[in-house]
Design a protein around this ligand. Structure first.
Ligand code: PRX
Length: 658
């Protein structure tokens, strides 16, 4: 079997789903996928009515969709509560005692929460948040690690109708402060510290620093995860409360009643804000609403992951990113899936950790990122091979293009040659997966993200919006609204219009370049705007630049990406220092630490290069194309300083062309 698959891979670079998988899949043939896809475009209301029956609408919609671009509504007039759709609806049947969350802590502790238990915790927290004064429409920031309580927090907000804003635990105090202030959050949920590679990340300490400049925060709830001297916490009287103390209290009868029987919210009620990088220094607060988002993640979880009640599904993303929102929380729980949640790093205590987790718990679906896959390849097959991975039946990839070599390794070494791979393309703004191959229905081609998902009218076009021919490279755009699309940017609708809907009129521009091949398969090459994708993390070059120029020694800075075997893209920054500042290692260290402080360690540049001047056009625009070439090795810098002399000549030439 394996051999024949391998030989097919070599022959035409296609992978056909194995018979065993196909027979049992939710969608079993290409023809069935095509018919469903056509129906989703031609009869959208009927399609979504059929596939959202499970979601517990308290009231059905008056109008399925309406749009006045760039704004759109879906399921208008309907009422539902996302937390009820994810929890309460499972309590009447066998899922009541089924694992909703199987938690593996980094130190090796494990915990299982059944749907009953998860519901109980969510109801309790909802009641206490209501007692703390949180109301529908308020914003709540969640700054936590990968612990079940982070999920409890999200679902409690959804239950109340409060809009959550999860800030990735790797962000610095400054980044947290800006995100809290942008959405004017009333309450912060955090934890004492998070485990990371055996040491602790002091989340509460960082939160305290952020809160020095966050006037809207009234209460802070602190979950005790580490609980010893390594996580020293100071509680501020009247503002801070321990999670366990709060949950140990008796909530008021009114709040308890509200939490047990929560109100249904409008279909377009804001569910969450999630900050992501764009092409200016200020992160964008992507806003998702309730019904359309939930419909998108529910349907894709069911069909893309071929989710069954017998599965144990593991998405390795952090809940601080959209993948965690959609495919750890709302998608899987709305399907009644059992989800593994892992707290720590893939290589702690060593590179066998992921594979041991799969063996220990019997994971059947693994959803991870190409960066992780490439790191595993580098670490060596032996770590994978030591574990029994026979429970796996499906693999997924997300976050960046997966190179065919990594695809083939993932398929062969992790999947034992028998598991289909779903390469899923989507974005924070799209809410749910928009491109992939349904695993039992369509063959996949390593490196291609496959075909459009239901309701998605996606195309590759030229600058003015004309269709590209097969295999011709162009811009990846979406030509009509889809249910899970972002509705706006929090507090900045103008930016929403400008960022996504203005390049090509009335069409959503993804920021990605792509081509569609002769079989209709999409190949996404990556961002063609000023956004980088470093290890699957979206980083705006402008964000890095504005952080750098906020340091007193910096005169000017430019950030660019360079291809990297492991990270996909590496971050290279070119910096001109102020007069009299010495360009040495000390200056480099200062700037690296400054980025840690302003954004977070994950955004630390891979290279900091000093230069006397940045190449610019006559109108003063930094010539990034040129800098990219230099970063990729066209002009090697020697030592700590590079005068970019050669580059200066090039720049002059190019400027003359302009
Ligand atoms: O460039 C694409 C890349 O990640 C971007 C979206 O980043 P973010 O909003 O942080 O969401 C990441 C997780 C959904 C896209 O514009 N991207 C995501 N998935 C893929 C991908 N590029 C190629 N193939 C993918 N499967």
């Amino acid at each position: 079997m394996t051999d024949s698959i391998e030989s097919r891979l070599k022959e035409d670079r296609r992978f056909v789903p194995p018979d065993e998988f196909q027979k049992r899949a939710h969608v079993t043939s290409h023809a069935e996928y095509t018919a469903m896809y056509r129906r989703s475009l031609d009869e959208p209301e009927a399609f979504w009515r059929e596939h959202t029956q499970d979601l517990v609408f308290d009231k059905t919609w008056d109008r399925f969709h309406a749009w006045k671009l760039p704004h759109a509504t879906f399921f208008e007039g309907a009422k539902l509560n996302a937390s009820v759709s994810c929890l309460d609806r499972h309590l009447d049947g066998p899922r009541r005692t089924k694992a909703a969350i199987v938690f593996e802590g980094e130190p090796g502790d494990t915990r299982t929460l059944t749907y009953f238990e998860l519901h109980r915790e969510v109801v309790r927290l909802t009641a206490h948040l209501a007692d703390l004064g949180v109301k529908a429409g308020d914003r709540v920031t969640i700054y936590m690690g990968m612990v079940p309580e982070a999920i409890v927090a999200m679902l409690a907000c959804a239950r109340l109708g409060a809009t959550h804003s999860v800030v990735f635990g790797g962000f610095s105090a400054e980044a947290l402060r800006d995100r809290i202030n942008d959405c004017q959050a009333k309450v912060l949920l955090t934890q004492d510290a998070a485990w990371r590679r055996g040491s602790v990340v002091p989340l509460k300490q960082m939160a305290d620093k952020a809160l020095e400049e966050c006037p809207t925060i009234e209460k802070v709830v602190v979950y005790r995860r580490v609980g010893d001297a390594r996580a020293h916490v100071t509680m501020k009287e009247g503002r801070d409360v321990w999670w366990e103390d709060l949950m140990g209290r008796t909530a008021s009868a009114a709040s308890l009643e509200l939490a047990k029987k929560p109100p249904a919210h409008d279909a377009e009620h804001p569910l969450f804000v999630l900050y992501t990088s764009g092409s200016t220094g200020k992160p964008k607060g992507v806003l998702h609403t309730t019904a359309g988002y939930l419909a998108g993640v529910h349907v894709t979880t069911k069909f893309v992951f071929d989710m069954k009640d017998s599965d144990l599904y593991w998405c390795t993303a952090d809940i601080g990113w959209v993948t965690g929102h959609s495919y750890i929380v709302y998608g899987p729980l709305s399907c009644g899936a059992a989800c593994l949640v892992y707290e720590g790093a893939p290589n702690f205590p060593d590179w066998s950790r992921f594979w041991q987790i799969i063996e220990k718990h019997g994971v059947s679906i693994l959803y991870t990122a190409p960066t992780a896959i490439r790191a595993f390849i580098r670490a060596g097959d032996e770590w994978v091979q030591k574990a029994d991975l026979s429970s796996l039946r499906l693999l997924g990839s997300v976050g960046e293009p997966i190179n065919p070599e990594a695809w083939t390794w993932y398929h062969r070494v992790v999947g034992g040659g028998r598991c289909p791979i779903v390469d899923t393309w989507w974005q924070t703004e799209t809410g749910s997966i928009l491109l992939t191959t349904l695993p039992g229905a369509c063959y996949s081609k390593p490196g291609s993200t496959g075909l459009p998902m239901f309701g998605v009218d996606i195309a590759v076009v030229k600058d003015k919006g004309e269709d590209c021919k097969a295999n011709e490279g162009g811009k990846l755009v979406i030509r009509r609204p889809w249910p899970s699309m972002a509705r706006t940017l929090f507090g900045d609708d103008e930016r929403y219009k400008a960022a996504y809907w203005s390049q090509i009129p009335d069409v959503y521009f993804t920021g990605d370049g792509a081509r569609r091949d002769e079989d209709g398969y999409f190949w996404v090459v990556g961002r063609i705007d000023d956004v980088l994708n470093v290890s699957g993390h979206r980083i705006g070059t402008a964000e890095i630049e504005s952080a750098l120029v906020s340091h007193p020694i910096v005169a000017e800075a430019a950030a660019v990406g360079k291809p990297d075997d492991l990270k996909g893209q590496a971050l290279v920054v070119f910096v001109t220092l102020k007069n009299g500042v010495t360009a040495d290692k000390n200056a480099k260290d200062k700037l690296a630490e400054h980025i840690d402080k302003e954004i977070g360690k994950f955004a630390r540049p891979d290279q900091i290069r000093f230069t006397d001047a940045l190449p610019k056009t006559r109108s003063g625009k930094i010539m990034r194309r040129l800098l990219k070439e230099v970063a990729s090795g066209a002009t090697e810098a020697k030592g700590d300083t590079s005068t970019l002399e050669d580059l200066g000549v090039l720049a002059k030439l190019r400027a003359d062309e302009d």
